[in-house]
Each structure stands twice: as structure tokens, then as C-alpha cells.
Ligand binder design. Structure first.
Ligand SMILES: O=P(O)(O)O[C@H]1O[C@H](CO)[C@@H](O)[C@H]1O
Ligand code: HPA
Length: 246
């Protein structure tokens, strides 16, 4: 990490964010959920909510994407302390990666026993991805979760590559049989790097633009609409899966 990067979001900045949050709520989350586009409604399921607007949290990035409420919601889900991010951060918003990943570092700091960053944990970048044809939902697991999920026989399995893509990088990547995203991969990398167990569930919302010479972009309204339509199903599954592993 260069000096510039450290200055953009230092350990002290991160600590200040965590200290402020700890002073505002007695909830010490065991589970952190990042709600993607169209899925922010999941936070409504939390009981005894204490919510903060990102703009009021020291050093926190701001949500700029339509449909991302920009709130951090603490509460309990089936009795487990939990925090939901209603709004995530993307490189295409103009944030440097240090700012995009900051909330995930902060989540670690907010835990009762923070872990040291382990450089070797970066080998967990390649998470497995499962396909549930019925609900058009992809689920990425660490290998342990993959095995448990298979045992539970909850969904039909097909393996995909989840490719991280930024609008500007589109022309550099050609892939077949993969799903595209602009956020989850770097979140998973940082969380694994910090020693968190990760479970990622991605809703397939739209057909990707596969003509690499096209200026066309993913249709965000379609993404939000599909999120709304599929939310009830996802909601139930999120209950199921999070409480298997929390
Ligand atoms: O915001 P998330 O959940 O990543 O969802 C996706 O949907 C948007 C596409 O319009 C992008 O923000 C992309 O990353
Ligand atoms: O079409 C897409 N491309 C990349 N990321 C996405 N996230 C939602 N839809 C898309």
C-alpha cells in the first residue's frame, strides 16, 4: 500500500468510524449483510433497529447509486445481532478502492475481537458459485459452506465464474459461462483477507451486454425491478442461509 493510499483511508480513520458506531449502539453484530441494488428491503426484516445515514457516520463513503438508501441498519435477525448496509460502493462511482473497501475493514474493527490482517488470506479470491435455476439466483461460498449447502440439498448446483467488472474495464474481458458484477468480488476479497467467513448470494437481474464494442451499459432500472420481483424469495433464503452459518 502506498503512502497516498494510506492517507485516503488510514487505520485511524477506520478506527474512528468503528469507535463512533460503538458509541451509538450496543449492538455488536455477528453478521454483516451488504444489500445490493434492489435488495435494500432486507434491512426492514431487522428487529429493534438502530439506523444511521452514511452521511452522519464519520469517514464513511456516501451512496450515489439510484436505489441505494445509504443507511447502516443495526438490529437482530432471529435473535442474532446483525448489521445491514443499505447501499454499497463501486469503483464506477469514482471512489478509490481504499474507500470502497473501507466499510468491510470497519466491520472487522467493530467486532468484539478484531483480527489481524493476514496477507496469505488473499488466496481465497476464487469463491465457488452455485446456480439455482428456479430462482435465477447465484450463490458464492467458501468451500466449507459449499459442502454444507450441498449436504442440505437446498438448491440445484451449477458452477459459474463470478467476474468482477467495471464499466471502464469491460473491453478487456471476454468470458463465456460467467456472471458479471461490479461490487461483490472486491467485498469478498477484503472480508476474506480480514478473516471473515463469507457467504455471497447474487441475484441474476439482467442479460449482460456482450458486444464489447457497444457503448450500451447494464440497465439499472431493470436491475432494480428484478430485485423487487425476486426479493420475497431471496428474503426467505437469506433467513435460511444466514442462520445456518452465523
Ligand atoms: O449495486 P450492486 O448490488 O453491485 O448491483 C449491480 O447493479 C448495478 C447495475 O446497474 C451496479 O451497481 C451493479 O454493481
Ligand atoms: O449487466 C451487468 N454487468 C455487470 N454487472 C452487473 N450487475 C448487474 N447487472 C450487471
Amino acid at each position: 500500500m502506498t503512502i497516498d493510499c494510506i492517507e485516503m483511508y488510514s487505520h485511524e480513520d477506520c478506527q474512528a468510524t468503528a469507535d463512533w458506531l460503538r458509541s451509538q449502539t450496543a449492538v455488536h453484530p455477528l453478521v454483516g449483510i451488504v444489500c445490493g441494488s434492489g435488495l435494500g428491503g432486507l434491512a426492514d426484516a431487522l428487529k429493534d433497529q438502530v439506523a444511521f445515514n452514511y452521511r452522519d457516520i464519520p469517514n464513511f463513503p456516501q451512496s450515489t447509486v439510484h436505489g441505494h438508501a445509504g443507511r447502516l441498519v443495526f438490529g437482530t435477525l432471529k435473535g442474532r445481532p446483525c448489521v445491514c448496509m443499505q447501499g454499497r460502493f463501486h469503483l464506477y462511482e469514482g471512489y478509490p478502492i481504499q474507500k470502497v473497501r473501507a466499510p468491510y475493514n470497519t466491520h472487522i474493527l467493530a467486532r468484539a475481537s478484531p483480527k489481524h490482517v493476514n496477507n496469505t488470506a488473499l488466496c481465497h479470491v476464487n469463491s465457488l458459485t452455485l446456480w439455482n435455476a428456479k430462482a435465477r439466483t447465484l450463490i458464492a461460498f467458501t468451500p466449507v459452506m459449499f459442502a454444507l449447502k450441498l449436504k442440505a440439498n437446498i438448491c440445484k448446483v451449477q458452477q459459474f465464474v463470478h467476474l468482477m467488472l467495471d464499466q471502464q474495464l469491460k473491453k478487456q474481458h471476454k468470458c463465456t459461462s460467467c456472471v458479471l458484477g461490479m461490487s461483490t468480488v472486491h467485498e469478498v476479497i477484503v472480508a476474506r483477507h480480514c478473516g471473515m467467513r463469507v457467504f455471497a448470494l447474487s441475484l441474476i437481474t439482467n442479460k449482460a451486454v456482450m458486444d464489447y464494442d457497444s457503448e450500451e451499459k447494464a440497465n439499472h432500472e431493470e436491475v432494480l425491478q428484478t430485485g423487487k420481483q425476486r426479493f420475497l424469495w431471496s428474503h426467505e433464503k437469506l433467513y435460511l442461509t444466514f442462520f445456518v452459518f452465523a
